[in-house]
Design a protein around this ligand. Structure first.
Ligand SMILES: NC(=O)c1ccc[n+]([C@@H]2O[C@H](COP(=O)([O-])OP(=O)(O)OC[C@H]3O[C@@H](n4cnc5c(N)ncnc54)[C@H](O)[C@@H]3O)[C@@H](O)[C@H]2O)c1
Length: 323
């Protein structure tokens, strides 16, 4: 069994949910985060927190050694597609060089397992249903940095006999049923922006791109609830630790939902004078993509718990209401 787990980016949206489930599972959690997009109030009270940058190899190494870390879950990254197009150097530095430093800090320590948060943005556009073997051709700078990081992590893990799990998330939404944690950053997050607007007097839902070649002209995504993603981490980690197997796994429900469908679901809760505004396409956005998740299901015998648009919308709204 794993015992001492370090989560980079544990003060962020997804990292805080992973910490919550692992604490529940009686693991000792250590969090490294520079709070660039994370928040102190998302940090699990039972976790030990270090406010440092993942570029700080020396400090990272001493944390790994002093706390006998056996597993790392690496989420720390910059992830806003549009910002990546604007500041590619920064994105490379944070996502690629940062991961490299973290990896090299692990060498010669007790780290046995390494889980990396990758993304559907590494796949070629226009494929629709993608398996882990589908062609990789990131459209965005963000996707490119994530693919580079995947490759260097796999290389280093192989060289140093560390089990790895590369988890390619699709679109994460919702909040923990505990009500304690959820998404704070706005970024370009669809559910977040619709949630904020839903509670306004004069709500506006902006839809970027309405003339794509899809069923209703808007982008299609595979939305997955953050609690399901958190559980996947816990299970994949135990499995790679137990079997000494390494895997690349798509993490999505395999259900395609259009942006317009999401807007119509949120509309049910919004003020009557809601306006749905058509915006132009955004550079870097994939048109449609959903996960083939057979491998994930097989590897951890996974069954989704929140695979329902209504449930995901309500979960996002519940969190937003208390903000
Ligand atoms: N949110 C999604 O839908 C989604 C989809 C696919 C993949 N991912 C991946 O999941 C991971 C987490 O995303 P999130 O949505 O929780 O974002 P987030 O911004 O809430 O979390 C990222 C965390 O990393 C920290 N961080 C960033 N750079 C750092 C650095 N150099 N040193 C230390 N800490 C640093 C931030 O302060 C933040 O707390 C990312 O790696 C992202 O690429 C997210």
């Amino acid at each position: 069994m794993t015992k001492n787990i370090l989560i980079t980016g544990g003060a962020g949206y997804i990292g805080s949910h992973i910490a919550e489930i692992l604490v529940k599972n009686k693991k000792k959690i250590f969090i490294v985060d520079n709070l660039s997009t994370g928040y102190r109030r998302l940090i699990n009270k039972k976790a030990k927190f270090f406010k440092i940058n993942i570029n700080n190899k020396k400090k990272l190494r001493s944390i790994l050694i002093n706390h006998k870390i056996d597993s790392i879950i690496h989420l720390a990254a910059s992830l806003i597609i549009e910002k990546g197009e604007k500041y590619p150097k920064y994105y490379y530095k944070n996502n690629v060089s940062g991961s490299k430093k973290l990896m090299s800090a692990c060498i010669g320590t007790m780290v046995k397992n390494f889980i990396f948060s990758s993304t559907a943005a590494v796949y070629k556009d226009g494929l629709y249903k993608v398996s882990e073997k589908s062609p990789l051709k990131p459209k965005s700078v963000y996707g490119k940095t994530k693919l580079k990081a995947e490759k260097l992590i796999i290389n280093q893990c192989k060289k140093n006999k560390i089990n790895y799990g590369i988890l390619r998330y699709f679109n994460i939404v919702g909040s923990s049923p505990s009500g304690k944690i959820g998404l704070i950053n706005k970024g370009d997050h669809l559910f977040k922006n619709f949630s904020i607007q839903t509670y306004k007097k004069n709500p506006i839902f902006k839809i970027y791109g309405t003339n794509y070649n899809t069923k209703d002209g808007t982008c299609i995504r595979d939305f997955i609830h953050v609690s399901d993603i958190a559980e996947i981490h816990s299970k994949v980690l135990e499995k790679i630790n137990m079997t000494n197997k390494s895997k690349i796994l798509n993490c999505g429900y395999g259900t395609g939902i259009s942006v317009k469908q999401v807007a119509l679901e949120f509309k049910k809760y919004a003020n009557k004078n809601l306006k749905i505004k058509k915006m132009s396409n955004r550079k870097g956005d994939l048109v449609k993509i959903i996960a083939l998740n057979k491998n994930l299901k097989k590897f951890i015998r996974w069954k989704a718990k929140f695979n329902n648009l209504k449930v995901m919308v309500r979960s996002s709204l519940k969190w937003e209401k208390n903000q």
